[in-house]
Design a protein around this ligand. Structure first.
Ligand code: GLU
Length: 477
């Protein structure tokens, strides 16, 4: 991959990375092209009467690949939304789903608006109207196209979407599977909100299980004590930072937000910082760290792990050479441009690529969709039966210990933990952990076994493209 003279667009950047990997594969040029191109993009302009006037909004839904259906991907609300971006994100969804073996094609949607400009009621009207426009073309549909939250959207919008879809399809028994990331009381699943951040944590845990890989980044040991810088304390960045600091002993030494950065070499308290941002609108004035007006400098600061969790193209030709982090995990989609990727690779940095690193969201979306189609919560049938079985075993072991005259049987703490059956949240986390471990192993196998594959991103593309190609071939394409 030659360093481009100008920074390519986001979609071009994704295509360049795809091409770099596809060159190492034995695909017919026709099939390669079929996989790369975005199948369709629907652009809609609709008017909503708000504040006494008609306001026109532009929305998109791109379908990148229908090798599996439904196609899947979030809906983003942002003023920066445009066709190029939505198509790039849809392509990443295709590769992401293939890599983590989630049986969906890739799609993405976006609405060009600034959510903070509108109040809740107005947002509901806009969202319902956008849903109507997409649903009437089957671009929201349980078996064809299933959106989810993305930047600027959350459970709230998903609840409006599912309700609107249901009103339009009153006899569809599977209506709740038309969108994922819903609140629990509207058909959601435990653990979906935290899922992407949780997936970042599981991805890092898996990476640190492989000493050889850790050494490639010039690091050693485990996650304990690693200095982490996070860009973006939105849903993904917040959960990743919280779990890594509270559960794995990482020190989040800096957080970069819209209004600057806040740092503390002893580690920031993520819960407090999030509460401060909620109350004050930014990191400025946070008592637990030092404020810096120029946040972007902190992408280049000394740390062990850099987690860009905000938006695309933040590490680009302009700053890549100065980025010091030896390990970067892309919690956002496309935070590193293709040119920057090459610069960082040459410097020896290890990048855990977006299509793997942030796949936790779509993985748990898949569990939610399955739950909706089966109309039953995970664990409902087995939980108490498992508990009863475990209790039997514990009682018997206690009896044997007593009969043998042993002073101590099983500890109360062990008994309590062993007997407790898994609820939905435990099952979701277990399924996510398994998915993240398995996908990492499939990437690393390619990374270590092929001399021409220098990095995890190329390995990830090789695994996903091969799967998508296999699926097209079996359809006779
Ligand atoms: N928007 C998320 C992503 O980029 C989630 C997509 C989904 O759950 O369908 O992966």
């Amino acid at each position: 991959m030659n360093a481009p003279l100008r920074e390519p667009s986001f979609r071009e950047s994704v295509d360049l990375m795809f091409n770099h990997a596809a060159r190492l594969m034995d695909l017919s040029p026709g099939l390669e092209e079929k996989i790369r191109v975005c199948n369709s993009t629907y652009v809609v302009r609709f008017g909503v009467r708000l504040r006494g006037a008609i306001h026109t909004f532009t929305g998109y839904r791109s379908v990148h690949s229908e090798h599996m259906e439904p196609v899947k991907g979030g809906i983003r609300y942002s003023l920066a939304v445009n066709q190029d971006e939505v198509e790039a994100l849809a392509a990443l969804m295709t590769y992401k789903c293939a890599l983590v073996e989630v049986p969906f094609g890739g799609s993405k949607g976006g609405l060009c608006l600034e959510p903070r400009d509108w109040n809740e009621h107005e947002m509901e009207l806009i969202t319902r109207r956008f849903t109507y426009e997409l649903a009437k073309r089957d671009l929201i549909h349980p078996s064809q196209n299933v959106p989810a939250p993305d930047m600027g959207t959350s459970e709230r919008e998903m609840a409006w979407i599912v309700d609107q879809y249901r009103r339009m399809n009153t006899t569809d028994i599977n209506a709740s599977a038309c969108v994922t990331g819903k609140p629990l009381n509207a058909g959601g699943i435990h653990g979906r909100v935290e899922a992407t951040g949780r997936g970042v944590q599981y991805a890092l845990r898996e990476f640190f299980r492989h000493k050889e890989d850790v050494a490639k980044a010039g690091l050693d040991g485990g996650l304990e004590g690693k200095r982490v810088i996070v860009q973006g304390l939105g849903n993904v960045g917040f959960h990743a930072a919280k779990f890594l600091s509270e559960e794995d002993g990482c020190l989040v030494t800096a957080v970069i937000e819209r209004d600057g950065a806040v740092s503390n070499p002893e580690g920031l308290s993520i819960e407090f910082l999030k509460a401060h941002i909620g109350a004050c609108g930014g990191v400025k004035g946070f008592p637990g760290g030092t404020y810096h007006e120029d946040g972007s400098d902190w992408l280049e600061a000394d740390c062990d792990i850099l987690i860009p969790a905000a938006m695309e193209s933040v590490i680009n030709l302009g700053n890549a050479a100065r980025v010091q982090a030896p390990l970067i995990i892309e919690a956002a989609n496309g935070p590193i441009t293709s040119g920057a990727d090459e610069i960082l690779r040459k410097k020896g940095a290890v990048i855990i690529p977006d299509m793997y690193a942030n796949a936790g969201g779509v993985t748990v979306s898949y569990f939610e969709w399955v739950k909706n189609l089966s109309h039953i919560r995970f664990g409902r049938m087995q939980r108490r039966q498992e508990e009863a079985q475990h209790a039997l075993l514990v009682q018997e072991l206690d009896r044997v210990a007593k009969t043998a005259g042993l002073k101590h049987g099983l500890s109360e703490n062990f008994k309590e933990q062993y007997v407790r059956g898994a609820g939905e949240l435990e099952l979701v986390r277990s399924g996510l952990d398994d998915t993240m471990r398995t996908a990492y192993q499939s990437m690393r196998e390619v990374w270590h076994s092929r001399k021409d594959v220098e990095d995890l991103r190329t390995a990830a593309y090789l695994v996903s493209i091969a799967r998508v190609a296999g699926s097209y071939r079996s359809k006779g394409l």
